[in-house]
Design a protein around this ligand. Structure first.
Ligand SMILES: [Zn+2]
Length: 223
């Protein structure tokens, strides 16, 4: 028993830590919350035991080994065809994808990304405002800590469709209708988690929003 325990400890200390990549390349609109978001997600990743790399170099999507990739307000055409193919293989083979805010505002020419990975395309938004966010799934790792409703201020996207084949986590309703604002998708062996929040710098100083992202990472990289 003692020897087995020692062996386990040795194996654990020798094994490579898991790796999380934050990718925030922008070819369109650039959110000024990206540095704050990257810093906050780096802290979250390290708290969860990941080595964290923040990059805006798209070849890193192929060149770095990772367990989780976070698309933090990426915009426009950010991946070439090789990188697109690699990302799809990564997720379909069990990788974890986490999309934040403008992750639905990029790669419009890559059908798999929009239709399968994130599930909807950004359409438009209005002014930043306070809204009551309805927690639809109160048991998910990324929402179980939230009050219901969760009242917060952000820029609220309207999407081009109701995302299909998703599990809805959060919904909002305003003059533009009722719609999901955070959801999850199972994609073959992999998992995709998306939240529409995170436009503002302040988002990344809100403990409840940070816990929401942390739970998203835990779920996406779970079994
Ligand atoms: Zn925004």
């Amino acid at each position: 028993m003692g020897r087995a325990l020692i062996l386990l400890c040795l194996l654990a200390s020798c094994s490579t830590p898991k790796h999380l990549v934050i990718f925030s390349k922008t070819e369109g609109f650039r959110h000024d919350s990206i540095p704050d978001g990257a810093a906050a997600i780096t802290t979250i990743g390290q708290e969860l035991g990941y080595e964290v790399t923040h990059t805006e170099t798209s070849s890193d999507v192929v060149d770095i080994e990772y367990d989780v990739i976070v698309f933090l307000s990426t915009t426009g055409d950010v991946l070439n065809e090789t990188e697109q193919h690699f990302l799809q293989q990564f997720v379909e083979n069990g990788g974890a994808f986490v999309g934040i805010h403008a992750a639905t505002n990029c790669e419009y020419e890559f059908d798999w990304y929009i239709d399968e990975l994130v599930g909807a395309k950004f359409d438009f938004h209005r002014q930043i405002k306070e809204l009551d966010v309805d927690v639809i799934d109160e048991h998910h790792a990324s929402t179980c800590h939230l009050p219901n409703p969760w009242t917060r201020t952000d820029e609220w996207y309207v999407y081009d469709r109701q995302p299909e084949n998703v599990s809805i986590l959060l919904e909002i309703e305003d003059g533009d209708g009722r719609r999901p604002i955070a959801w999850t998708k199972q994609i073959d062996k992999g998992r995709s988690w998306y939240t529409g929040g995170g436009h503002t710098k302040q988002s990344f100083y809100e403990p409840e929003f940070l816990e929401h992202i942390k739970g998203g990472i835990i779920w996406a990289d779970g079994d």
